[in-house]
Design a binder for this molecule. Sequence first.
Ligand code: CMP
Length: 155
Amino acid sequence: MVLYTGGSAFFALRREILSQRTFSIIKPDAVRKGHTAAILAEIEGAGFKIVAIKRASISKAQAEGFYAVHAGRPFFPELTEFMSSGPIFPMVLEKENAIADLRKLMGATDPAKAEEGTIRKKYAESIGENAIHGSDAEETAAFEIGYFFAGLELK
Ligand code: CMP
């Protein structure tokens, strides 16, 4: 007897090979306004698998470590003050082309310039308080995932 599993096995393997992980944070402004569930629904609705998520509160020093690439920029003190101003939801997301697709779903850094339908257009107020963060490249994603999650949390 020949057991045919070709089709679905092929697609499962393809998904595994092509899948990519990215890192995201639902920022304090969105959490304060009660937009967490709506943003997670947008993310899942766009086909992302939530691999890990937790609620966290970070200190200013921890925010400075996370955003170290921006140290010295004029907005750095304001950014790190804001990110340590209340609870956040850091998370690891997975899908094909996750890094670029999440950035598309988030919209431009400045919500005033974000496209209709994007998360920042719907839920953010300003460039400083822009509801969500998403990694911009593979190396950044690896650093950012490791900053918030231990290997055992990422199975
Ligand atoms: P994020 O994607 O988290 O990455 C760095 C953050 O710095 C960015 O979102 C903005 O929230 C913030 N940022 C960038 N440019 C400015 C700016 N000109 N003024 C204030 N905050 C900024």
